[in-house]
Design a protein around this ligand. Structure first.
Ligand SMILES: [Zn+2]
Length: 343
């Protein structure tokens, strides 16, 4: 009993840290995350989201299992290789899946996001290879799969096949654009991201995983991403353009795709870091969570592969307007919280 109280207290501190608004000063909507986080935690009987996510991963993912890690924010023409938010979260979770759970992380992104996800994950200390090769390797490795940009029926078939082949024990999205009630995928600013080119139908992985009872987690920071449907009513209430978008669909930018757990964080990467920190804490292995030097390498690799800071509009050393030193400081704070809790 006492142990659970300690776990909850640790998770609560972690979740408070990653839900602090520290984003882009010119955008006055950083108040949206605390109410969305409360809503997400309420769905889990008020237990801190990072604790539920970490415990479920530990319970459901065993050695040699597969976990699909999804991110996608590349869209034509403004985000040719996606953003710095998403790939670092995936890379952190890849460490957790491999070094914490001894399972195989499988990166799944669209064709324009894969290089960024691959390079960021390599910088996090894992080689990234085709599944057929990766599954034979017992050391630090992740697999990669490209989800093509095809129509809905083909996407459904591909998702069915991937879930069959990998039989994952968890499917996790970090900052992945998802469809609204009318099937339209919006940017955070409420525009149709498929106005000029098709995006990969990654949502079908989540429909298929949910239908089979596989654990699904969506990490979000705005409400237009996979998982937001879990708390759609509140997303529509508090997020600009979620209820009334700026595209002709007229149905708002809120994504309707639900997950077992949704984790709203101030920057989606941070929600992933929080889960990594909690798994590291519960396993008493703080080194699972990347350290500050690795965090910097990850961001460098991500930027060098062409990802941009969406707030700054270019490939610079920041995420959602929060610079590399603050990102490293966040990682240091997470380490401090879990290491002190383990004393
Ligand atoms: Zn719209």
């Amino acid at each position: 009993m006492e142990e659970n109280v300690k776990h909850e207290a640790t998770a609560k501190n972690i979740d408070r840290l990653v839900t602090v608004g520290a984003g882009w000063g010119k955008r006055l909507d950083r108040w949206i995350i605390p109410p969305l986080y409360e809503s997400a935690s309420k769905k889990l009987d008020g237990i801190p989201v990072s604790l539920v996510a970490a415990q479920r991963m530990l319970n459901e993912v065993k050695a040699d299992d597969r976990v699909l890690l999804v991110d996608q924010f590349a869209w034509y023409p403004n985000r040719p290789y996606g953003e710095t938010d998403g790939p670092l979260g995936v890379a952190s979770l890849a460490r957790t899946v491999r070094f914490g759970l001894s399972a195989l992380p499988v990166l799944v992104t669209g064709p324009n996001d894969i290089e960024v996800a691959r390079n960021t994950t390599k910088a996090a200390g894992l080689n990234v290879l085709e599944y057929s090769v990766a599954k034979e390797i017992t050391t630090a490795v992740a697999a990669e799969v490209i989800f093509p940009c095809v129509d809905k029926d083909q996407s459904r078939e591909i998702a069915f096949r991937l879930i069959d082949e990998y039989a994952p024990k968890a499917v996790i999205a970090v900052e992945t654009i998802g469809p609204n009630r009318k099937g339209v995928k919006h940017s955070g600013a409420g525009y149709d991201t498929e106005a000029k080119d098709k995006l990969p139908g990654l949502e079908y992985l989540f429909y298929e995983a949910s239908a089979r009872g596989i654990l699904t987690i969506g990490i979000i920071d705005r409400g237009n991403e996979l998982g937001s449907g879990t708390i759609e009513e509140d997303v529509r209430k508090v997020v600009p353009y979620a209820d009334v978008c700026r595209c002709p669909c007229g149905a708002g930018g809120a994504c309707m795709v639900k997950t077992d757990i949704v984790f709203p964080a101030s920057i989606s990467n941070w929600g992933a870091y929080a889960i990594s920190a909690m798994v590291a804490y519960l396993l008493k292995k703080p080194k699972i969570l990347q350290d500050e030097d690795t965090e910097r390498l990850m961001l460098e690799a991500c930027v060098m592969a062409g990802a941009i800071d969406g707030s700054e509009g270019g490939p610079v050393m920041s995420v959602d307007g929060v610079g590399v030193k603050a990102q490293q400081s966040l990682v240091n704070m997470l380490h401090t919280i879990i290491e002190n809790a383990l004393l």
